[in-house]
Design a protein around this ligand. Structure first.
Ligand code: FPP
Ligand code: MG
Length: 297
């Protein structure tokens, strides 16, 4: 099924009818396709399910093409990013093509789905803007962090689950709720892996978030555990790229049991996701939660 989605995306790109677009698109590496797995777990035999998956994956890829320019990232999914190979301008323009073509195809699905997905993209872009503004300084505010990640990461996952439920004729509010909680858990795990895994496992540099100016949950929780002097040291390492900083941070994460605390937060949102669909008898969706929380990259 995932191959078929990949083929559908390639067909959409071919329909754009431009050799340069096809050349740039060949530099986009396929991801884990979490959103597609979610859609297929809800409405796999609907005639428009594969189209919806390809549309969502193209929007996701568009957002990452733009995000890698904003974050000046050289790698994506274990390989050189499109901006690293073809430059920032091309990465942005390719993102625009992906985004616009996805929206053209979205109009063929149905109005409720189109409204759900387009609204999610507004949230996605809003979340990215908040992320950039939050990155201007150390952010100890958990509420701001959660609002930003609900927008930046959970919104498209929410819309994927909701849209699939709309197509399947199910109670879309339950699936929306499921998607939102799963999305938050997903980003918490992503933030955790940044501080707990090595570069080769991640397919992108490890301990990179803080250096990029992102005060993710491990850092906010650590800040809450530290005394005044150590708080100052933590803030002094914000956006710094030094081995000394990394060693200090790792030791503090150990001392204050931060990894387990972050895992517990992800588990909490995972359980909320499971509670949202408890009467739906969908084991695939339940499995998605477990696989996502206990993933290693
Ligand atoms: C990754 O965040 C980025 C996102 C999940 C969304 C980015 C959204 C935009 C750039 C707006 C896109 C707008 C349109 C119109 C498509 P991250 O940097 O925390 O994760 P990473 O480590 O995977 O880069
Ligand atoms: Mg990024």
């Amino acid at each position: 099924m995932l191959d078929q989605i990949q083929n559908k995306m390639e067909a959409f790109i071919t329909q754009v009818g431009n050799v340069n677009v096809s050349k740039l698109a060949s530099g986009v590496v396929a991801g884990k396709m979490l959103r597609s797995k979610l859609i297929l777990a809800i409405c796999d035999n609907h005639p428009k399910a594969l189209d919806l998956c390809a549309i969502i994956e193209m929007i996701q890829s568009a957002s990452l093409l733009h995000d890698d320019v904003i974050d000046e990232s050289e790698t994506r999914r274990g390989q050189s990013s499109v901006n690293a190979v073809f430059g920032n301008k091309n990465s942005i323009m390719l993102g625009d093509v992906f985004y616009a073509k996805a929206f053209f195809e979205l109009t063929k699905i149905n109005e409720r789905v189109a409204r759900s997905v387009s609204n999610a993209v507004v949230a996605l872009a809003r979340g990215e803007i908040d992320d950039v503004f939050l990155s201007e300084g150390f952010n100890p505010d958990k509420q701001k962090y959660f609002q930003m990640l609900k927008d930046k990461t959970a919104s498209l996952i929410t819309a994927s689950a909701e849209s699939a439920a709309i197509l399947a004729g199910l109670d879309s509010a339950k699936y929306r709720d499921y998607g939102c909680n799963l999305g938050v858990a997903f980003q918490i795990i992503d933030d955790l892996l940044d501080v707990s895994q090595d570069t080769s496992t991640l397919g992108k540099p490890a301990m990179n978030d803080f250096k990029e100016g992102k005060t993710t949950l491990p850092y906010i929780l650590l800040y809450e555990c530290l005394d005044g002097d150590d708080k100052k040291i933590l803030i002094s390492y914000f956006k710094k790229d030094s081995e000394q900083a990394k060693e200090w941070l790792k030791a503090q994460f150990d001392t204050h049991n931060i990894i387990a605390q972050v895992q517990a937060q992800a588990r909490k949102y995972g359980d909320l996701a499971l509670a949202s669909i408890k009467d739906e008898n969908n084991q695939s969706l339940e499995k998605v939660v477990e696989t996502m929380i206990y993933r290693e990259f």
